[in-house]
Design a protein around this ligand. Structure first.
Ligand SMILES: [Zn+2]
Length: 218
């Protein structure tokens, strides 16, 4: 069932350790099949190198296991809550990627000081309030605070990204970490130079974002 989506979600998981976004078994990706509404997600506590398309778990939107012998990711409730409240989202990624999670630890958004941040996020990468793990609180806070950004930092926790596919959400997860790392270095450099990062005007942020969405790529 859902062979193609299983393969895509499995393959994308390997991008997480490759891009230094995860440690040990932390982090997870899911993809929703737009036709059936079924969700393919990582099983809980499985090493990345042991993931196969076959051992991923398929769930319906209420969390009932449709196919799979393993327990789904401990973040499943969050993924399903987001899918139920965002019909445009067919992929979700969760990581504790280190530079972005440092911003989450201090509860600060990543401001659009770089054209690449304007392109991908169209504004600041927001921070959602603290929410305990396990139930629907995280999902509710992601939906409340993410706005039109494809990524959000959850205070004291980590990163959630969304996209029209699992691949788009995975790309956003890589871009969140890249933005966090460069802005982190910029803040540090500013301390050395007694300076401030240079803001990009909201008009220009919107213009760059629009151009990227409409014109970039093949
Ligand atoms: Zn987490």
């Amino acid at each position: 069932m859902l062979e193609k989506l299983r393969e895509e979600v499995c393959r994308l998981h390997l991008e997480l350790p490759k891009n230094n976004l995860v440690t040990w078994t932390s982090g997870n990706i899911s993809g929703r099949d737009p036709e059936t509404g079924l969700v393919v997600i990582k099983p809980s506590g499985i090493m990345y190198e042991d993931l196969t398309p076959e051992n991923l778990v398929i769930l319906d939107m209420k969390g009932k296991i449709v196919e799979g012998d393993l327990k789904p990711s401990s973040d499943t409730a969050t993924h399903l809550y987001i899918y139920r409240h965002r019909s445009d989202v067919c992929g979700i990624v969760h990581t504790h990627s280190p530079f972005a999670t440092a911003f989450a630890a201090v509860g600060k958004p990543i401001l659009p000081f770089l054209t690449a941040i304007c392109d991908e996020f169209g504004g600041p990468i927001p921070v959602g309030a603290f929410a305990p793990i396990g139930g629907e609180e995280i999902g509710r806070e992601v939906i409340r605070s993410i706005g039109t950004s494809p990524g959000i930092l959850m205070q004291n926790h980590g990163v959630f990204t969304v996209g029209k596919s699992a691949k788009a959400a995975a790309k956003a997860a890589v871009m969140v970490e890249d933005a966090a790392r460069t802005v982190f270095y910029a803040y540090n450099l500013c301390k050395q130079l007694d300076s401030e990062p240079i803001p990009i005007s909201p008009d220009m942020v919107a213009r760059l974002h629009r151009r990227y969405k409409e014109e970039y790529g093949q």
